[in-house]
Every structure is written in structure tokens, then in C-alpha cells.
Design a binder for this molecule. Structure first.
Ligand SMILES: [Zn+2]
Length: 170
């Protein structure tokens, strides 16, 4: 570990999800792809109607998704490479992004350290429960462990008692 001066602290942005030190002004973490700056949720996503929601099951070419945790006003935006692990750890491995939900009340919500996995297959996104202690629900339906379910724009995911919404960004 090297000393970090106040100059250094100002010139890097430490990713809360993988711990990478990114250059100042970086929008998406260079290692894991999570947005480092707050991204306001577009009106389209808040006012999405049922018809639009049902028709939108494909990811944009960048694999950009927005994870809205409960009523939090600042969502997590991430470029999905291959996999996203939702849970309570700060970690990284090639192609796998770990979303650390601890600051969002994950512990109180009964979220396991490695709770559920989002997998990208080209423009499709799938959800799988990782044998979590308190289970995963997709739009109210409990997922058996290790079974993949396709996720659509605007879907509601329950990680234990923590509710998150997943939106696809074009
Ligand atoms: Zn990162």
C-alpha cells in the first residue's frame, strides 16, 4: 500500500464495486464497467407503461443496464460484459462485475454475499439464484436455485427482502 496524499485522492475515483482506482473524469469503471458518477434515471424509465415494458426484452449493443434499488434515487448503471453478481462483496474477475449492495441495505435485507447472477447472452439477460439464503424472486415468482430466467426491461427482482428493478438502456 502506498501513501495517498490529498492530491492523489482528488485525481482518482475508487470504484465501490471492484476497488479499482480510475482516473478522474472516468464515467464507467475501467475494470468492471459500473458507472462511477450518479446517473439520473430517465423519465422514460420511471414512466414506463406495461405495453412498452413487455415489448422490451433486448439489451442495447453496449449491454448497459440500470439497477434501481428500492426507492433509492441514484441507480447503479453498469455495462454488462458477461456476468454481474448481485450481493455484498467488492470483487472482480475477468468479465464478471460484482455489485456490492451493502450501502443499499443489503445486510438488513437478507442479501447473501453472492446472491444472484445476471448473465448476458448477446442482447438477452438472464437471472439465476446462487443458492442464496433468503432466495430470489423475479416479478414475484420464486426462482429455484441454479435455474435461469430471462429478464426484461423494468422487471422487479427481490433479493431476500431487498427489491431492485432492472432497466435496459438503449
Ligand atoms: Zn469497478
Amino acid at each position: 500500500m502506498q501513501d495517498s496524499t490529498s492530491d492523489k485522492e482528488q485525481s482518482v475515483q475508487v470504484c465501490a464495486h471492484c476497488g479499482n482506482e480510475n482516473r478522474a473524469g472516468t464515467t464507467f469503471c475501467e475494470r468492471c464497467g459500473v458507472a462511477l458518477v450518479p446517473v439520473p434515471l430517465a423519465t422514460r424509465q420511471l414512466a414506463v407503461d406495461e405495453a412498452a415494458r413487455l415489448s422490451s426484452s433486448t439489451l442495447g449493443p453496449d449491454g448497459l443496464i440500470i439497477i434501481q434499488v428500492g426507492s433509492q434515487t441514484v441507480p447503479i448503471m453498469v455495462r454488462v460484459k458477461k456476468e454481474v453478481i448481485l450481493g455484498r462483496v467488492t470483487d472482480f474477475s475477468e468479465g464478471v462485475t460484482y455489485i456490492n449492495l451493502t450501502p443499499y441495505g443489503a445486510e438488513e435485507g437478507g442479501v447473501s454475499r453472492r446472491h444472484a447472477r445476471l448473465m448476458r447472452d448477446n442482447n438477452a439477460l438472464y437471472l439465476m439464484d446462487l443458492n442464496s439464503t433468503n432466495g430470489t424472486r423475479l416479478n414475484g415468482e420464486a426462482l429455484p436455485a441454479s435455474v435461469e430466467r430471462r429478464v426484461q426491461d423494468g422487471d422487479e427482482i427481490m433479493l431476500g427482502r431487498l427489491k431492485v428493478y432492472v432497466y435496459f438502456s438503449p
